[in-house]
Write a protein that binds this ligand. Structure first.
Ligand SMILES: Cc1cc2nc3c(=O)[nH]c(=O)nc-3n(C[C@H](O)[C@H](O)[C@H](O)COP(=O)(O)OP(=O)(O)OC[C@H]3O[C@@H](n4cnc5c(N)ncnc54)[C@H](O)[C@@H]3O)c2cc1C
Length: 404
């Protein structure tokens, strides 16, 4: 395991810090201090594109900077350290998932067309994998796509589509040959959403936000060549997509969860909860978990730097951070006591993981992250699925018996 950034990464971090010092106001306290974060994010995303801070590892011919993966991750860490996002709201899907997939598995015309549009923000993507009858068992998708001349005609329903209401394109897995076994006969399609055949209905989450949606396809159409990989070979593409963007998580998650824990310790001190030995014990356990997360992050980054593709051990990190977040936010609710039941003050701007850096301490903040932490053990593969992966693919245990 290597604890040091290489010299090239340190140079890039210094360049990023210099740029940030130029664009952020003096005394910047993090996005948690911004009044209208949605409007700020639109401007910030444009600045990131203008400064060429997006798609850093992509080749220059497609709008990137051609950096090594480890240098790109070092830049992201610098942005996180300054309490600013390193991408826009749809970019985890646009850049992290689809862009990287097109880069590795797309055709040359697809790369030239889509990659620059992703970086400029003209195309905003969302992920259409899950369906009412297909989540953990993704190969069970029922959405159909049939060829009609030069177009695919799509019918069916996707669900839990994050940021779907902000997107104008969706990548989806659709069944194109129902006669084949379920993992075959699937195709990975790219579909424009600004057409009458695509309807997006927001789902209200228990935290009150609506960050994900149902997406209905009724004779929706997309071009015949908007396929990544082979027709009926979509399973391989869908799985490859899930493997991208793990390096960024490894570098940034420990920082985010450390900042959150520091905030919780400060709240506990303020509320006199540190007098309680059980609270102290649970805070110490949380500290240990964040430190282990940091070491897991270093280990993943080292493998990443050596060119290893993300493997089944990514399941350990996913399981670890998501279970930690449930525990630490339950502790936050206990520390706030009865006041945790009444959400007052500023809420987090997003339902995604921790509150914004520099956010003021409020019951609405802790209550919302407590509720959202429940989602962390479901999306990107549930805890049970991660445990299956660890058992079967890392420990070599026998496969889980199928339900009777
Ligand atoms: C906040 C959030 C955002 C999301 N965003 C998106 C998105 O943008 N795009 C998208 O396509 N999807 C998205 N999802 C969906 C997510 O990928 C699925 O919810 C997840 O894969 C689980 O599928 P499911 O909900 O159908 O549950 P199921 O698969 O029905 O699982 C139900 C329960 O059974 C357990 N289980 C299932 N199979 C097994 C097994 N083999 N062994 C042991 N236990 C098992 C599960 O762990 C779970 O506890 C999102 C979900 C959330 C919560």
């Amino acid at each position: 395991m290597d604890f040091d950034w290489p010299e090239t990464a340190l140079e890039l971090k210094a360049e990023a810090a210099g740029w940030l010092a130029g664009v952020l106001p003096p005394g910047w306290g993090g996005t948690g201090t911004v009044e209208d974060l949605s409007a700020w994010m639109v401007e910030w995303r444009a600045k990131l594109a203008e400064g060429r801070w997006l798609g850093l590892s992509w080749p220059e011919e497609y709008g990137g900077r051609g950096l090594g993966e480890i240098e790109a991750v070092a830049v992201v860490e610098e942005f996180a350290r300054h309490g600013v996002p390193w991408m826009g709201s749809n970019d985890p899907f646009s850049i992290g998932m689809l862009g990287n997939t097109i880069l590795h598995l797309g055709t040359e015309p697809q790369k030239r067309h889509f990659l620059p549009r992703i970086l400029s923000g003209v195309d905003l993507w969302c992920q259409g994998y899950s369906e009412p009858e297909a989540g953990s068992d993704l190969a069970g998708v029922r959405t159909r796509a049939e060829l009609d001349g030069d177009e695919w005609v799509i019918n069916g329903q996707k669900v839990w589509t994050s940021a779907g209401h902000l997107a104008n394109w969706i990548f989806l897995v659709a069944r194109t040959d129902p006669g084949l076994p379920k993992h075959r006969g699937l195709t990975f399609l790219l579909c424009p959403m600004d057409q009458s055949g695509v309807e997006v209905r927001p789902i209200r989450m228990m935290s009150g936000e609506s960050e994900f949606n149902e997406v209905f396809f009724t004779d929706a159409r997309t071009r015949r060549d908007h396929v990544i990989g082979e027709v009926n070979g979509g399973w391989r593409v869908a799985m490859a997509l899930l493997g991208y963007e793990r390096g960024t998580d490894a570098a940034v998650l420990p920082l985010q969860f450390r900042r959150e824990l520091d905030r919780l310790v400060a709240a506990a001190r303020e509320l006199g909860a540190l007098e309680d030995p059980l609270v102290r014990l649970r805070l110490i356990e949380a500290h240990e978990r964040v430190e282990i997360m940091r070491l897991l992050g270093y280990s993943q980054l080292t493998k990443f730097a050596k060119g290893h593709a993300p493997g089944p051990d990514a399941a350990i990190t996913k399981l670890w951070w998501s279970e930690h977040h449930r525990l630490v936010t339950e502790l936050a609710m206990d520390i706030l006591g009865l006041s945790s039941l009444v959400a007052e003050g500023r809420r987090p701007s997003s339902a995604f993981r921790t509150d914004d850096p520099g956010a003021p301490h409020s019951t609405a903040s802790w209550q919302t992250v407590f509720l959202n932490a429940r989602a962390g053990t479901i999306y990107a593969g549930t805890s049970e699925i991660q445990r299956n992966i660890i058992g079967e693919m890392i420990l070599g245990l026998p496969k889980e018996p199928p339900p009777a």
